[in-house]
Design a protein around this ligand. Structure first.
Ligand code: BTN
Length: 255
C-alpha cells in the first residue's frame, strides 16, 4: 500500500519541527536523495521503495515496496562534537516510541540496530559531511520493517518485522508520526544535554556485561562488553587489554 501522507500529517502533533516533507513512491535511496539536495535542515524524505537502499558497511538495505518505513531526515549546522552521540540518541528514541506505541520491549544491539527476540527489525544509517563553516550536515536514514512478512532466505534467520512479532498490521503513518513527535520533543534536550540519553540507551543494550565478539576491519575481537562510553563507543575487555571501538559489528553474544 502507498504511504498516506495526509494520514501521517494528521497524526503529527509537533507541526513546527519538520521544515519540509517529501514523499515519493520510489527513489534510489532516501539518504542519497538528501545528500544530493540543498536546504535539507529538518527535511523528511519518505519513500515506499528504494531501488538502491543502503545499510552500514556498504551493505544493501532491502525493503519490500509499500510494507515498511524507509525514510531520512536531514539536519544542518550540527555541532561536530555531538555526531557520535547520535548513535545513542536515535536508537533510544526509536526504541522508546515502539515501546510506547506498540507496547513492544525492544533490545538495542550496539551501535544502533533494534531487535526483538534477537532478530533485527530496524537499522539506522547516519551520514555526515563537515561544511565550510565547521559545522556538519547530517543525514539520518532509518529503515523499520513494519509489515513485511517474507524475507530472503539468507537474512530470514536474522531479520524480522513488527508484524511478524506482534501478529498484526502496523499503521506506518501513525508509527512515523509518533517517532517524529518524539524526536521533535527531545531534540533541543539532546542538543543541550546529549548525555541524558545514554542511560536510556544502555538500559536497552542487553549485551552489556556479556561475552561478545566484535568484527572490526576484518578482524574479530572477543571479550566482555564492559560499557558504552560517553561517545557511544563499545568498551571491550579482552583477556589482555581494554579496547574501545567507535564502529564495528557485534557478531556473537554468549548467553
Ligand atoms: C543498517 O542497519 O545497516 C542501516 C540501514 C539503514 C536503512 C535506511 S532505509 C532509509 C535510508 N536510506 C537508505 O538507503 N538507508 C537508510
Amino acid at each position: 500500500m502507498k504511504f498516506n501522507l495526509k494520514k501521517f500529517s494528521s497524526y503529527l502533533t509537533q507541526k513546527g519541527f519538520l521544515q519540509a516533507i517529501e514523499y515519493f513512491e520510489e527513489t534510489d535511496s532516501t539518504n542519497t536523495y538528501l545528500k544530493n539536495s540543498v536546504n535539507i535542515d529538518k527535511k523528511l524524505v519518505i519513500v515506499d521503495y528504494q531501488t538502491a537502499g543502503r545499510g552500514r558497511f556498504e551493505r544493501k538495505w532491502f525493503s519490500q515496496r509499500g510494507e515498511n518505513l524507509t525514510f531520512s531526515v536531514g539536519f544542518e549546522n550540527f555541532e561536530v562534537a555531538l555526531i557520535p552521540k547520535l548513535n545513542f540518541f536515535f536508537p533510544a528514541i526509536i526504541a522508546q516510541t515502539i515501546e510506547e506505541y506498540l507496547s513492544l520491549p525492544v533490545e538495542i544491539k550496539w551501535p544502533n540496530d533494534l531487535l526483538s527476540s534477537g532478530k533485527k527489525f530496524c537499522g539506522i544509517l547516519i551520514e555526515n559531511s563537515i561544511e565550510s563553516n565547521g559545522l556538519a550536515k547530517l543525514i539520518v536514514g532509518i529503515g523499520i520493517n513494519c509489515n513485511q512478512t517474507d524475507f530472503p532466505e539468507e537474512i530470514s534467520k536474522r531479520a524480522t518485522s513488527l508484524k511478524l512479532i506482534l501478529n498484526e498490521e502496523v499503521e506506518r503513518e501513525i508509527l512515523l508520526a509518533k517517532l517524529i513527535d518524539n524526536v521533535a520533543e527531545y531534540w533541543n534536550r539532546f542538543l543541550s544535554n546529549a548525555m541524558g540519553f545514554l542511560p536510556i540507551y544502555k538500559s536497552k543494550c542487553l549485551s552489556i556485561g556479556k561475552e561478545i565478539s566484535v568484527l572490526y576491519k576484518d578482524q574479530i575481537f572477543t571479550g566482555v562488553f564492559l560499557d558504552v562510553s560517553v561517545d557511544g563507543e563499545l568498551i571491550l575487555k579482552t583477556k589482555t587489554e581494554k579496547l574501545i571501538f567507535n564502529s564495528g559489528e557485534i557478531t556473537t553474544i554468549k548467553e
